[in-house]
Design a protein around this ligand. Structure first.
Ligand code: ADP
Length: 461
């Protein structure tokens, strides 16, 4: 018994360090709004880069014709075509395919990678038929969703800052990724051009806005996290040059880099110190899918070593960074049985741990503590964005219906996390205002969003 008491004291301290009572949430949402303002004022003025997307016209529903989209953001790329029929007919038809990228191409040259992508797109385009038809005299146009850090220079150009997510392709950093793709399409004799370069958050906002005019913000919660929103041009002091016709533009916050006033623990600090990017992406490391399981593993390891939570010896698997993944902690939280058998099975299968019912209860509490902090802080971040928008234009957000479009595997598959996120938003805004703020899942909006932005930004506009 004495060992569970001691694990209990580690748990109590964890819960205290991770606590997100209203004043902490309020501090985070205010700091998010302040950091957004600072990032809009000057280049490098804040943790938040507040990158201009050059998307200043969102889909209206009137778009017509055949458009393609290409989505590269991880180990797969997806291609999609859509036939748009305007206000009445809307989406007449869509087709998509997914192609996995051979691992060796993630370490090859830029030409090899883009040739592979362009040839996949060419094969897909050859199968066009049925309800899909290109208007006479036009070249096919595609949107390009590219979810790596890019310094955008116009709606259809952007310089790759660096590869992330395990890609180490030589010769792309510092180059315009649209030019890389256009050249590869030429080599593959594919007559198509890129009309819009976007990231997945911007794609999600555009995809959701097509169906709902009240969509103002989009948030991705998957392996990583990001958020974008509709901003007024005159609220962007750092913007020089011609302003947009609409007077508005989408700003990509890159909010994963936020770090102000977060309730962090010794486990977060150790994970950050041992990460490939220490001191960077602290918000992302607290709320996103890549890290929640790893934080839990570190707590359990401490409990195993310091409090013998799982008996006298510590299984080797528990020592392995990232052995416990966020889907595992989500699955454990779904177990409502008396003996927590499923929790026991997962602990045994994934980290080689034998556990008694008491130990499993502690494990569930650890998972819940980390998911709760993540979900509530993500909620506070969303409120920060809404506050910033409301501050610019009183009545723009509070007092009317506003939709926040959400996507990503973490948000989609983790119900407790979703619930905690919503609770924090409601606590911060109060019952009246939060009734008008609709936080809703927009599944795979980003693919069709990119095709819609290709239409909105068509050369034949
Ligand atoms: P990505 O962000 O890698 O482009 P997704 O949006 O599909 O792709 O998100 C995948 C991430 O979502 C995974 O890395 C994982 O962290 C999280 N995730 C996937 N399934 C679950 C699940 N069942 N429960 C909790 N999180 C999940």
């Amino acid at each position: 018994r004495s060992n569970t008491i001691s694990a209990a004291s580690i748990l109590t301290k964890l819960q205290k360090d991770c606590a997100t009572p209203l004043p902490v949430l309020r501090h985070v949402s205010d700091a998010m709004a302040d950091d957004m303002r600072a990032g809009l004022a000057t280049e490098d003025g804040s943790d938040l880069k507040m990158i201009l997307s050059y998307v200043d016209a969102l889909p209206t529903g009137n778009e017509k014709g055949l458009f393609y989209a290409l989505d590269l953001g991880g180990t797969n790329f997806r291609v999609l075509r859509v036939q748009l029929g305007g206000k009445e007919e809307r989406v007449i038809s869509t087709e998509f395919e997914q192609v996995s990228i051979p691992p060796e191409l993630m370490f090859g040259t830029s030409e090899e990678l883009f040739d592979f992508i362009a040839s996949g797109l060419a094969k897909f385009a050859q199968k066009e038929g049925g309800k899909f038809h290109l208007q006479q005299g036009r070249t096919r146009e595609t949107g390009f969703t590219f979810s790596f850090p890019v310094k955008q220079t116009s709606i259809d150009s952007g310089i790759l800052i660096k590869w992330t997510k395990g890609f180490a392709v030589s010769g792309t950093a510092g180059k315009d990724v649209v030019a890389c793709l256009n050249e590869a399409m030429k080599r593959q004799e594919l007559d198509m051009r890129v009309s819009a370069l976007v990231n997945d958050a911007v794609g999600t906002l555009a995809g959701a806005r097509y169906w709902d005019d009240d969509v103002m913000v989009a948030v991705i919660l998957g392996t990583g996290t990001n958020a974008c929103y509709v901003e007024r041009i005159d609220a962007i002091p750092k913007l020089q040059g011609p302003s947009s016709k609409s007077g508005r533009t989408i700003v990509n916050t890159e909010w994963g880099a936020f770090s102000n006033g977060l309730p962090l623990t010794e486990f977060d600090r150790e994970m950050d110190a041992e990460s490939i990017n220490p001191h960077e992406q602290i918000f992302e490391k607290t709320i996103s899918g890549m890290y929640l399981g790893e934080i839990v593993r570190r707590v359990l390891l401490r409990m195993a070593e310091g409090a013998e939570l799982f008996g006298h010896s510590v299984p080797e698997e528990l020592l392995m960074p990232f052995a416990l993944r966020t889907p595992d902690i989500c699955a454990m939280q779904k177990d409502t049985s008396k003996d927590l058998e499923e929790v026991g099975l997962i602990l045994y299968d994934v980290v080689g741990v034998n556990s008694c019912t008491n130990a499993r209860k502690v494990v569930i509490d650890v998972c819940d503590t980390i998911a709760k902090r993540g979900g509530r802080l993500a909620g506070a971040g969303i409120v920060g964005i809404l506050q910033k928008m409301e501050h610019n234009s009183k009545g723009l957000i509070f007092g009317k219906r506003t939709v926040v479009a959400m996507d990503g595997g973490l948000y989609e598959h983790y119900p407790q996390y979703r619930r905690y996120l919503q609770e924090a938003v409601t606590e911060l805004l109060g019952p009246e205002i939060s009734r008008n703020i609709v936080i809703e899942h927009s599944k795979d909006g980003s693919g069709i969003g990119a095709a819609l932005l290709a239409a909105t930004n068509s050369k034949y506009g």
